[in-house]
Design a protein around this ligand. Sequence first.
Ligand SMILES: C[S@@+](CC[C@H](N)C(=O)[O-])C[C@H]1O[C@@H](n2cnc3c(N)ncnc32)[C@H](O)[C@@H]1O
Length: 243
Amino acid sequence: MSSLAGKFSTLRNNIGTFGLILTVREALAVILSPTYETNQFDRQFGTETSSLVSVRDGQLPADFRKDAQRYEPAVDSILRHIFRRLPIQPKDFIFIDVGCGKGRALLHASMYPFSKIRGVEISPVTSDVARRNVEIFSSTAANLQRCRDIEIDCQNVIDFEIPNKNIVFFLYNPFQGSIFESFMRRIYDCSQRAPDREILVVYHNPWSGEEWLQSSGCFKKIYENRVIMPRLAWNLWVPLRSM
Ligand SMILES: C[S@@+](CC[C@H](N)C(=O)[O-])C[C@H]1O[C@@H](n2cnc3c(N)ncnc32)[C@H](O)[C@@H]1O
């Protein structure tokens, strides 16, 4: 079947299933949604950050699948918005993408002069792709890059050693439940041990951990970016300082 005939048949099935009005609404949502732009980044830079990877295909250890989210890339316009809004001098901070997947956010971060960029990713499949993407981007976007010190660790975030520096953590809804809570608590403990250093947590698509962050007594929300589609929202948190 030609691709046009295939699209026509999908449309006919959709109308048959949901009716004309819902079909038009759904089509508009797809066309107008920012996720529509998702392949543009890869087309421009020759990378492969767009296709999704389920927790099973990513070969995540069985014990950690329950709390893990699948890989899907952050939307470019949201990433640009986040980096423009961060209230810091990037040169004074390490940027760490927790659950970096194929590295889309790391590549965006590399267009800012962070002192260092690290990605932590539990899936061996996606972290390999992320390393290739970093290599490709370093040649196709060399003129845009302001930080070339980029490293990707294939490890579970519970084994990740938090550097004793100023840090921007970026979490695009990577996991939930006890992993989220114990990782955030470690960030908080680190911040109490070295109160002079600054830590910011960008929590993007912030549905599952927000309640814990609110009630933990460990973090304060300093910026909220609410939008119509909740999964495109992002908030900025900082650890509270004990007296
Ligand atoms: C929604 S994707 C985020 C993609 C990336 N941060 C971006 O913005 O393009 C979530 C990622 O978190 C990873 N992940 C899930 N649980 C993890 C864990 N315990 N440790 C490290 N990475 C994890 C998944 O494999 C997946 O690639």
